[in-house]
Design a protein around this ligand. Sequence first.
Ligand code: WQD
Length: 351
Amino acid sequence: MKSILLTGGAGFIGSHTCLSLLENGYEIFVIDSYINSSRKSLENVLKILKKKYNRNLKNSLNLFEGDLKNVRDIEAVFQKANEVNKSIEAVIHFAGLKSVSESMAYPLCYWENNFYGTINLLKIMEKYNCKNIVFSSSATVYQTKINQLLNERDKCSPVNPYGQTKLAVEKLLKDIYKSAPSEWRIACLRYFNPVGAHESGLIGEAPFGKPNNLFPQITKVAIGIMSEIKIFGSDWPTPDGTGIRDYIHVMDLSEGHISSLNYLLKEKPQMITLNLGTGKGTSVKEFIRTFEKINNVEIPFSFVERRPGDNAFVVADNSFAKSILSWEPSRNIEDICRNGWNWQVMNPDGY
Ligand code: WQD
């Protein structure tokens, strides 16, 4: 039997993708350092599956605590998978630090975790002849365009260390692919803005400390943990003057990973880069108003200076992903507000 390894599988997107993989009958291995996640997320994944299918899939979810900076931690997982005759056929590589502001303060830490950790992973994959990988990249690699959708052929020019590490891994993967194009199957998935939570409210986004991103702050203001949203700039070149982003429901994103994995394992060796976004933009003020309407709560806000490195408009052209993956986001901003609030109410302190 074959299996799939998820690095960072206990994290926000990783845990939702674990759920989708188990629902699709995959055997999975997870390696996670818990630097920015909790193993409780995966305990709750099993609870969701037990409630929904009355099946205990504990034996299909093999969890290892480990850090990609330690190559022996990675090798231990591949060795165990072979011992139990579930050799790892493909890797979905989520593990990495992901705060733009933090990366500007601690670039060395970001390069060590996000780039050096990936080098260790790829060395072990080669050693165990596993040459199929889905990589968690980001729209932050793009040089943004004013009021135009971004496509995979657009210029990449990251403006922060986090984005630089993501683009550097893409370039490393390109070099590896070109060194053996008849052997490697690689998908780089450029996420736009992942938000929301599974409808059960048992898994969701649980950032440690004060969240940097907008949506987890909206839910914390709604529940009273934070007092207001400080909107970064009211004079952007957008209809209501606030920043516009492409918010994609985390379940649509996790299903995009399943589609990418199935595509790679079915098709000939190749390397593809795909935008995983909805193609629709929502401004900060629209997001706040929608959340207030859907959940009948008030979200106080005030306007402050623009945040360094911010842009007016970051929205995906997702036509290429839709065409080759037969995947299409099905959840909208109202589903995001409803599911994200349900998770926050059920888990005021996260996991
Ligand atoms: C969204 C909008 C802000 C906070 C980042 C990363 C990206 C990805 C998603 C990993 C913007 C505004 C925000 C606040 C605000 N992460 N905002 N007040 O910056 O689009 O993307 O997270 O892949 O790589 O760059 O997300 O949620 O921080 O901001 O007004 O307190 O909300 O200006 O318009 P961002 P965000």
